[in-house]
Design a protein around this ligand. Sequence first.
Ligand SMILES: *Cc1c(COP(=O)(O)O)cnc(C)c1O
Length: 391
Amino acid sequence: MIPRLRPAIGLADIGAAFRARSSVADFERAFAATMEQAHAIAFPYGRTAQMLLMEALDLKGREVILPAYTCVVVAHAIVLAGARPVFVDSEAGGFNMDLDKAEAAITAETGAIIATSIHGYPVDLDRLDALCARHPQVTVIQDCAHSFAAEWKGRPLQKHGRAAIFGLNISKLMTSIFGGMITTDDADLAARLRQVRDVRLEAGGRGLSRALYLAAATTALAPPVFTLVKRISDLGLIDRFVRYYDETLIDMPGDHLVQIGRAEASVGVRQCMAYRGIIDRRRRIAAVYDEALAEVLPDARPPLVEGATYSHYVLRVADPDRMVKAAARHGIELGRLIDYCVPDMPAYKTLTAGQGPFDRTRQLNDRVLNLPVWVDETQARRVVEVIKDIA
Ligand SMILES: *Cc1c(COP(=O)(O)O)cnc(C)c1O
């Protein structure tokens, strides 16, 4: 079975995790160079990075604007940093936040706006610039956890704001097993982040277990092995341990303040070197999907946006759950990313009273279907054949 996600990790990367020759500082230098930014500061998770960035920016007690269609952990990081999330509905025809609605949500209490380029579709920097010119008191934080090398008209997103957040777990476009990163060109902010980090994080030192985890996860996500893993998972034996959020809780994993170590850093350094190749391949596979699906499901295809990097290739269909089930019978795992509306979750209901409406986000939640993008061209064509059969 072809899994919907698989990290771009080979045997040499797993070997590097066990040998653990690079330091976290080496990884930070490599990451900063890759992103063409002056500073990169590593954290245990993207969400920890975001939470501590908000503390470093003194956002406690302020409102922070974010998309309703995003990963739930972004909202958690805002709340746990002592700020108030203000959710904004999605734009027409795309996956990102509606920037007119974002601007309308700005008040005297607004401290920051989280500009997310979800699924790798670049946020419109021209409109974001115009918004910032009118509201210079609002700090822009780029959430690049899905976008990495995405660009808006040739401009790298991560350089366009006070700081950028990256998530680096194994489901992301590039990975350091666990981990998150902040990049910035602001030397004062970088120094403050390092101070906050020194106070708040404890040392890791679980190199061996992290290297084993990478070896196990990469093996489990190899198509022949995944067939077996999926069967075990369908019995509910995995899900009960790995479900990554609880709709009623605003929390973080128990180790969210335990820093990454040399095993993670060693994989991260190698992924920085592989980075361009990873992005090019995803763009190529997205182009294969776009072309091959033009006849089958032309209206379900995502918009073609120059500079997108396809952390996910996401269709919009009327009955995604049926398609997930049908594709599984044909040996293809499809995903439902992001099938929840954060402001509607029980944990957020009272916090977000009076916000919205979130009609476009809910429509996306009901219709999104993501295809495996890590695959090679032959596998991508097989995915298309199966979709053709079941559509
Ligand atoms: C994954 C993700 C993050 C945070 O990453 P973690 O390392 O999982 O905490 C932030 N924003 C978005 C949009 C993400 O998908």
